[in-house]
Design a protein around this ligand. Structure first.
Ligand code: ADP
Length: 508
């Protein structure tokens, strides 16, 4: 791929961070060098005159001001990725695998500091943030293993004077647009397969949480990843994101975020026919049958609902409980919920941190208020206050299909329950949504597990299990939850293309 024109880098030259208020140096301790406030473009740290603040959702403090990059510098990143592509794809797969393994190891070495950074910008409790760092590293480890298994094929030809081979090649420079709820893992789940396949990358993290992505670029830089292979740009979502997805240099776009923005991206990508994969919203049903082990069901419900304060596309959104056990399940669930500690993520025993911003609180408030106005019962907790990002858990019963809380992703620590009488009714209610990412079902009946799993219109299912995301399994949805699969050996599919070669072989 030829690249015209030179690059217009404005070198910030600030490898030592320019902005870190005391809270960050305290929180990060010796890891404060991970905090970066410039973008990473063509192997160089690039600043900008226009910047936007990144705030700590626990304290409201400004952690850093990162560039609102002008289009010209976003173009530089695109050109850098295009320019780096031929050499990166030509590297032996073992070398690309080696880089991914080293990056994962460095993430493990620095998991406390990376975790502190995630907690600072995202708010999740530190233990959960460190867990995210490990989970994020696991994608790099997995795809380090997969990198050396990108096999082609030889096929029997129909004629004796032909040989047929199929090469499996990298698709080309990729654009990533990632969300704020898992700032490390949503990046590495894309970066792992892209770099393994031989693709280069321009990533745009969410405005709320760019610092983790920039820290990971810092680690890639320390480890000597060639310039331009991985670039990070920050800025206003629609402008910078729009610039990436309409770029002629980009052959593949991977997006994780809302269904609304996913649709915009697919439309924009149509003009130059970039490949797209979309991991979008969910509206997960959590089914509890009367034959379930209710304590197991409660344990699964807690993690499926309250991880990341409920701000996850795989969060259990609609609890469907068989009428006979609904009271008992509710009591057991509330008893466990009362043990959860809602606090600043740096508090040692915190189990739920703040919601990401005031808009998120307003949405949760609206959904709860509206449900109560339409007749739902507040079984535990209260309508969240508008002026506080720390939101205590809420349990609502008597949810009905006309309520927005039934249709929309809550993205907060709210359990919305309703009952069902039969398996058929449970399945019909579970499928009564435009989304199809994940479902959870709790039952001890092996045949029911199979029947219900087969009937649910989703991409993933947890059976008596509330935490199912893992590097070796294909993550992704159906219906309005998008398409494409991340993780597993299928995770490379989106980053590779097949090239068929038919060779004429003349007799000697
Ligand atoms: P969420 O509701 O999780 O914030 P969004 O879909 O709004 O989900 O955001 C996910 C990612 O998409 C973020 O990186 C955000 O900056 C980006 N984004 C939002 N709007 C656009 C847009 N119009 N074009 C491109 N990217 C966008």
């Amino acid at each position: 791929m030829a690249v015209a024109g030179g690059m217009r880098f404005r070198v910030g030259g600030n490898r030592a961070p320019r902005w870190y208020p005391s809270i960050m140096s305290d929180a990060l301790g010796p890891g404060r060098d991970l905090l970066r406030s410039d973008c990473y473009v063509g192997g160089i740290w690039v600043g900008a005159d226009e910047r936007f603040p990144v705030e700590d959702p626990s304290t409201g403090e400004v952690l850093a001001r990162v560039p609102d990059l002008p289009d010209a510098v976003v173009d530089d990143a695109l050109v850098a990725a295009a320019r780096a592509f031929p050499a990166w794809r030509a590297r032996p797969a073992h070398e690309r695998a080696g880089f991914l393994a080293r990056m994962a190891a460095r993430m493990h070495d620095r998991e406390r500091e990376l975790g502190a950074l995630i907690t600072a910008e995202n708010g999740k409790p530190l233990a959960e943030a460190v867990g995210e760092v490990r989970y994020a590293a696991s994608f790099l480890e997995w795809f380090a293993g997969e990198a050396v298994r990108v096999y082609g094929e030889t096929l029997p030809a129909t004629r004796s004077d032909q040989r047929i081979t199929v090469l499996r090649e990298p698709v080309g420079p990729c654009a990533f647009i990632t969300p704020w709820n898992f700032p490390a893992a949503m990046l590495t789940r894309k970066l792992g397969p892209a770099l393994a396949a031989g693709c280069t990358v321009v990533a745009k993290p969410a405005e709320a949480t760019p610092l983790t992505t920039l820290a990971l670029a810092g680690i890639a830089d320390e480890l000597g990843l060639p310039a331009g292979v991985f670039n990070v740009v920050t800025g206003e979502a629609a402008r910078v994101g729009g610039h990436l997805i309409t770029s002629r240099w980009i052959r593949k776009i991977s997006f994780t975020g809302s269904t609304e923005v996913g649709r915009l991206i697919q439309r924009a990508a149509a003009d130059h026919l970039a490949r797209v994969s979309l991991e979008l919203g969910g509206n997960a049903p959590f089914l509890v049958f009367a034959d379930a082990d209710l304590d197991r069901a409660v344990a699964a419900a807690l993690i499926a609902k309250f991880r990341n304060a409920g701000q996850s596309c795989v969060a259990a959104n609609r609890f469907l409980v068989e009428g006979r056990v609904a009271g008992l399940f509710g009591e057991k669930l509330v008893a466990e919920i009362k043990k959860l500690v809602v606090a600043d993520g740096r508090t040692p025993n915190a189990s739920i941190g703040p919601l990401i911003n005031r808009d998120a609180v307003a949405k949760v408030r609206r959904l709860v208020e509206d449900a109560v106005a339409r007749g739902a019962r507040l079984v535990h907790g209260a309508v969240p206050a508008a002026d506080h990002q720390l939101v205590e858990p809420v349990v609502l019963a008597g949810i009905t299909s006309d309520m927005p809380i039934w249709r929309e992703e809550i993205f907060g620590p709210v359990v919305a329950m309703r009952t069902f009488a039969t398996e058929a009714e449970a399945i019909a209610l579970a499928n009564d949504t435009e989304y199809g990412l994940v479902a959870y079902l709790c039952s001890r009946d092996a045949s029911r597990q199979v029947r219900v799993a087969e009937a649910l219109e989703v991409g993933m299912i947890g059976v008596n299990e509330g935490l199912i995301s893992t590097a070796q399994a294909p993550f992704g949805g159906v219906k309005q939850s998008g398409y494409g699969r991340e993780g597993s050996h299928h995770g490379l599919d989106d980053y590779t293309v097949y090239k068929y070669v038919n060779t004429r072989v003349e007799p000697a």
